[in-house]
Design a protein around this ligand. Structure first.
Ligand code: SER
Length: 652
């Protein structure tokens, strides 16, 4: 079976059970500043899981392009990719466990309506409970019934309890890690057992007992049904969401591996042609160079998908991630002696033709972006060498002294092992992938400067012919990551993922400000991003010069006038074309199907034309503008030639 066939079967199965197919959201979230990439099917649906009405009803299904930057370091273990397609079905307060579990089982195992996976290969995990959230006896019982009816005799051996660290899902992880306002719930997962004990014996986990949710690779998680029903409260407790939802996600690439019984995802029909091209271009075998070839295949594919979403390699945000992916792909390609990366690119794009034809359409753009970055990377390496030469002169030390320093004993140390997983291609014997010839020893501090200012990874630094104390470097990396993690947490907390009262007020104020800016500066103004926290509103829009003080005053006056008028705020589900004709503004337009959810500010009892603001939006909002009390612009920033940013505050 091909990936596209699995995808089509899944959609057809859930459509037959009353689900409406919705378009996948763009890989780069359009109006969600809380995260850099769309990393799951549920992410664009958060407002609806929190209780907002969805224009396409209460049963939804789709295939979502997803990217998980956290998995960059995991690629190379046969079963991880950064880019993947997530098959998803949702119940927004409609069906629950008693339907989801039997449907999922049928889809996975039935030869006609589903994938026909052998049930004796499957295991099922259920939530054991956490603090005041009870054990999921209901899901367990439903699985028992389903498996009994299906004639699975040893069903009790196939059902397993796990705690919150394994059977709880939220974007932030376990319940204790969830920020206030975040939603989550217990889940039940399905694992495919490849049945090969050697996988565990040869893995990093060999000294621990193997189990169904072990990370060794013998078992693959192929399906995850989250019973999304809780929200974290200010007191660190959990309250029930207005509705009990189902949020199912299954990785298409893993399902393909399970259907074909292949423990190496890169041997499935989706990736095999790319691996063959890599073998051709490098003259090396896949068997001896698995890790590098998997990294190149995944990273180049992910890069193509990111590039067609309008991202260019850069030093921050999505651009930084793209740069990292490309440079790791380049390094591994040159490590294998590859010369021309274009045939590899062409094969990858061909593989996605059926599901993502945009890659073929934008081939020139992709190719130019990648080749330009390759040139920049060469320049960076040249500059890094100049920096070191200036500092160290010709202080050359012998190669054998260096390899002693990264001895196998050291590499066994946990920190270094983590580091080598992180850099992806460090060899398991602890030796650095050095070029032939002499090597220079540099301080860990200087290596770290090459990492932070030139953007070179430890492996990249070593491949330039430098060595340094791995352990000291790992320590610096750990400190650095702590800092960026806390930054990321702050970022994660921002925006509308937090549905506190103040944030919802800020959201409505943003609609008013958007329209007021158009009143003052002209209808060419449109939002290009926003970030709303309970402290402030941040709003980006296209404009070619600084706003004058008078213009800022005018915008404030209009918004405050609309607040005083205490206008009603409401939404309607409207055919998308009609919404366009009404002049509705907003960023979500591409993601909706036939009907769209439109928020109106103003009394539209006589005519929608009486509304002050009409926007495509998922919500939520206050009911009346009077609840905003007052509005003030705090500062403006210039983000570029045609991009400005305003900060504003709302409330008392
Ligand atoms: N949200 C869950 C996941 O991403 C299920 O869709 O795995």
């Amino acid at each position: 079976m091909t990936a596209a066939e699995i995808l089509n079967k899944y959609i057809a199965f859930f459509e037959a059970h009353g689900h409406k197919r919705i378009a996948g959201a763009p890989l780069i979230p359009q109006n969600d500043p809380t995260t850099l990439f769309t990393s799951s099917g549920m992410q664009p649906l958060i407002p609806y899981l929190m209780g907002e009405v969805h224009p396409d009803g209460t049963r939804l299904v789709n295939a979502q392009n997803a990217f998980r930057a956290v998995d960059i370091e995991e690629v190379g273990d046969d079963r991880h990719t950064t880019f993947f397609r997530m098959l998803g079905n949702w119940s927004l307060g409609d069906y629950f466990k008693a339907d989801e579990i039997p449907w999922l089982y049928e889809f996975l195992t039935n030869k006609q309506t589903g994938l026909g996976i052998d049930p004796t290969k499957l295991h099922f995990t259920v939530f054991k409970g956490f603090e005041d959230i009870p054990q999921d006896n209901e899901a367990y019982k439903i699985w028992e019934e389903v498996l009994q009816i299906a004639g699975v005799k040893d069903y009790q051996d196939r059902l397993h309890w796990y705690g919150a660290e394994k059977n709880w899902w939220s974007r932030a992880g376990t319940p204790d890690k969830m920020p206030v306002g975040e939603i989550g719930g217990p889940d039940t997962e399905v694992f495919y057992d490849f049945g090969d004990e050697n996988i565990h014996k040869q893995s990093l986990w060999a000294d621990q007992p193997c189990h169904v949710n072990c990370d060794c690779g013998r078992y693959w998680e192929i399906a995850n049904s989250v019973f999304m029903q809780y929200r974290k409260t200010e007191k660190g407790k959990f309250e029930k969401l207005p509705k009990q939802n189902v949020d199912f996600g299954g990785g298409l690439e893993r399902l393909l591996g399970a259907v074909d019984g292949l423990t190496d995802m890169f041997q499935t029909s989706l990736f095999k042609p790319t691996i063959a091209t890599l073998e051709q271009q490098t003259g090396k075998s896949y068997a001896d160079n698995k890790q590098s070839m998997q990294i190149i295949t995944d990273h180049l594919g992910a890069s193509c998908l990111i590039i067609v979403n309008g991202v260019k390699p850069a030093n921050k945000d999505q651009g930084y991630v793209l740069r990292r992916l490309l440079r790791r792909a380049f390094d591994n390609f040159s490590l294998l002696g590859g010369k021309d990366i274009l045939p590899v690119l062409e094969t990858i794009i061909g593989q996605y033709n059926e599901t993502d034809p945009i890659l073929e359409q934008q081939f020139e753009e992709i190719k130019n972006t990648i080749l330009e970055e390759l040139q920049k990377y060469e320049h960076t390496k040249h500059e890094a060498k100049k920096f070191i030469e200036k500092k160290y002169g010709n202080n050359v030390i012998a190669k054998n002294e260096v390899t002693k320093q990264s001895s196998p004993d050291l590499i066994k140390n946990n920190e270094i092992a983590a580091l080598s997983r992180q850099v992806g291609i460090a060899r398991s014997d602890g030796k650095s992938p050095l070029h032939d010839g002499d090597t220079r020893e540099i301080s860990a501090d200087d290596a770290f400067i090459l990492y932070t200012t030139h953007g070179l990874s430890p492996t990249q630094i070593k491949s330039l012919g430098y060595s340094f104390n791995d352990q000291e470097f790992a320590q610096k990396m750990e400190e650095h990551q702590k800092l960026s993690r806390s930054g990321a947490e702050k970022k994660f907390r921002g925006g509308l993922a937090d549905h506190s009262k103040k944030t919802v007020m800020g959201h409505t104020a943003t609609h008013l400000m958007h329209q007021a800016l158009r009143d003052v500066l002209g209808n060419q103004i449109h939002q290009s991003g926003s970030n709303i926290t309970s402290e402030r509103i941040r709003f980006d829009f296209n404009f070619d010069r600084k706003l004058t003080e008078d213009e800022i005053k005018q915008v404030e006056t209009i918004v405050n006038k609309k607040i005083k008028e205490n206008l009603p705020v409401h939404f309607e589900l409207i055919p998308t074309k009609e919404a366009y004709d009404m002049g509705a503004i907003g960023l979500f337009m591409d993601t909706y199907g036939e009907k769209s959810k439109i928020y109106f500010i103003g009394d539209t009892a006589k005519s929608y034309k009486d509304a002050y603001s009409i926007e495509f939006c998922g919500g939520p909002h206050v009911d009346f503008t009077g609840q905003l009390k007052s509005f003030k612009i705090i500062k403006q920033e210039n983000l570029g030639a045609n991009l400005k940013r305003l900060y504003a505050a709302v409330g008392d």
